[in-house]
Design a protein around this ligand. Structure first.
Ligand code: HEC
Ligand code: HEC
Length: 463
């Protein structure tokens, strides 16, 4: 029922989002820190959506003519698109390039949409994505079929040059240890290492020294952004969100003229992202139990996660490492890679109109919990398969797997049905003993009674 990841084929995703880096001052605070709001652009949501699913923010890809021969026609057309776009999977757009040739290019939905129970949810992080095999997949770009096609139709493939160049440079270094986690932060870091911060122009040699580790993350649901004063799990994306939203563009961008052209659409994209509402829990909810849960939640959880319902509040807090205690690799990579923060903060993204800025922090943002029932697995690294596990650290499996082909959801414990394993076992078994993949910390539910925990979970279903 879930579509096979289209990504494995031909060429991959584009993209970006960041994370990682270093702070000028090591932040050792032990108190949650409120994030101040920053001014955002206003835009048109309908236009933003149209641009997301048809636009050319990634400008190089695979020629449509050959794509159709190799991949066939997408039968689902989940997005109900028209024309050539209706024939490719939702994770790709068909655009006309400068030579007037139709190209299939990856779009944001590669990572920010997921089929759940036969329906496509745009904005839901794609927890099926597979970055666990990129060392092998990279050969597809240089393999014989690609070479033969290129020699038959050099004009058609002229427009593939940029994306092939990017992928050749970075793809083998993106590999994660297991399937189901995202390497977009890594992708961003590797790409900027090849680009001049001021002109954004590409160079084959790297200008930054990037450490080896690939730190895995989940992808946050888009409908949370309307409440947040900062982007990303570490809350380090400040200032103008549009500049971050457009980052996929650095996969193929030529120069700042193109970047400025693309940026024009991102006030609209932001408006679209802010217009998305979380999906409703589809099964009956026990109202009395949920009301009990709400009381408990208000006393034990709201100071970090806010309140919900008509008069909702959200405190926008960064929670320092000493309090949150979850896997530290993601925020620590901030400390270890100051060069990435520096690149960004002196780049076109930070110095042109509507500046964006990276402000690193040792800890994580306490996320809004709207629609949390559908966003499993949980925590910034997707290490915990159910809400039951989030609220009871003893129940978190050390080695676990879920069925990626026939996924099944657990509406009681709320999250993925999973198999517990005794030991590690390759890319299909999540291994929480690896650095970056840890499932510890956030022990705020451990002292609850079984009944209270059930009540809170019942309440969380209603958000
Ligand atoms: C290769 C996968 C990938 C692609 C493609 C991608 N993103 Fe992301 N995105 C991520 C990941 C992973 C994160 C979380 C990174 C982190 O916080 O460290 C993220 C974070 C975000 C966030 C932050 C949400 C929050 O609440 O903090 C937004 C908004 C976003 N992406 C929008 C976009 C848009 C718009 C595009 C296309 C132009 C896009 N992304 C393309 C993987 C991707
Ligand atoms: C001191 C602040 C704090 C308190 C108190 C707190 N949380 Fe959290 N919570 C966080 C932070 C920070 C994260 C993100 C941790 C990470 O991803 O590493 C988080 C993550 C979560 C998540 C996972 C969200 C996701 O999409 O991955 C859930 C669910 C959650 N908390 C529920 C609760 C509940 C229920 C309570 C009350 C019993 C609670 N939290 C108490 C700070 C807090």
């Amino acid at each position: 029922m879930y579509r096979k990841q289209t990504i494995g084929t031909l060429f991959i995703i584009a993209v970006i989002t960041l994370s990682a880096t270093v702070s000028e001052k090591f932040n050792n605070s032990v108190k949650p820190e409120p994030i101040p709001p920053s001014q955002q652009q206003q835009g048109n949501a309908a236009k933003g959506y149209e641009y997301l699913i048809t636009g050319n923010y990634v400008s190089s890809g695979f020629p449509y003519r050959f794509y159709r021969i190799i991949a066939g026609k997408d039968k689902e057309n989940f997005l109900k698109r028209t024309g050539k776009n209706s024939t490719v999977p939702f994770g790709f757009n068909v655009i006309k390039n400068e030579q007037g040739i139709d190209m299939v290019v990856p779009n944001c939905l590669q990572c920010h949409a997921q089929v759940f129970d036969k329906q496509l949810y745009v904005g839901l992080g794609n927890s099926f994505i597979d970055f666990s095999n990129t060392k092998k997949q990279n050969t597809i770009l240089t393999n014989t079929t690609f070479q033969i096609l290129k020699s038959i139709a050099p004009k058609q493939f002229e427009g593939s040059k940029t994306i092939v160049q990017s992928f050749n440079a970075i793809y083998p270094d993106l590999q994660t240890e297991v399937r189901g986690v995202n390497a977009a932060d890594r992708l961003a870091m590797l790409l900027v290492a090849h680009r001049n911060p001021i002109t954004l122009q590409w160079s084959d040699s790297t200008i930054l020294d990037i450490p080896k580790e690939v730190i895995p993350t989940d992808a946050p649901a888009w409908w949370l952004l309307k409440k947040k004063n900062a982007m990303f799990y570490t809350g380090f994306g400040r200032g103008d969100f549009g500049k971050f939203l457009m980052l996929s563009n650095i996969l193929t961008v030529k120069d700042t003229t193109e970047a400025a052209e693309v940026y024009k659409h991102f006030a609209d994209v932001l408006a679209y992202i802010q217009s998305i509402n979380p999906p409703k829990y589809p099964k009956p909810i026990n109202k009395d139990l949920a009301n009990e849960g709400e009381l408990l939640f208000t006393t034990k959880c709201s100071k970090c996660h806010g309140t919900y319902g008509k008069e909702s509040t959200y405190p926008n807090l960064l929670i320092p490492e000493k309090i949150i205690g979850t896997d530290s690799s993601l925020y620590k990579s901030n400390q270890q890679n100051p060069q990435f923060i520096e690149w960004f903060n002196k780049s076109w993204f930070a110095t042109s109109y509507h500046p964006a800025k990276l402000v690193p922090y040792n800890g994580y943002i306490a996320p809004p919990l709207d629609g949390v029932w559908i966003t499993a697995p949980y925590f910034h690294n997707g290490s915990v398969p159910t809400l039951e596990g989030v609220l009871n650290s003893k129940k978190r499996p050390t080695y676990w797997s879920r069925d990626f082909r026939k996924p099944s959801y657990n509406y009681v414990e709320v999250g993925w049905n999973y198999t517990n394993h005794k030991k590690k076992g390759g890319k299909k078994i999540y291994n929480t003993t690896l650095p970056g993949y840890g499932n510890y910390g956030h022990n705020f539910g451990d002292n609850l009674s079984e009944e209270d925990r059930k009540a809170i979970i019942e309440y969380l279903k209603s958000l």
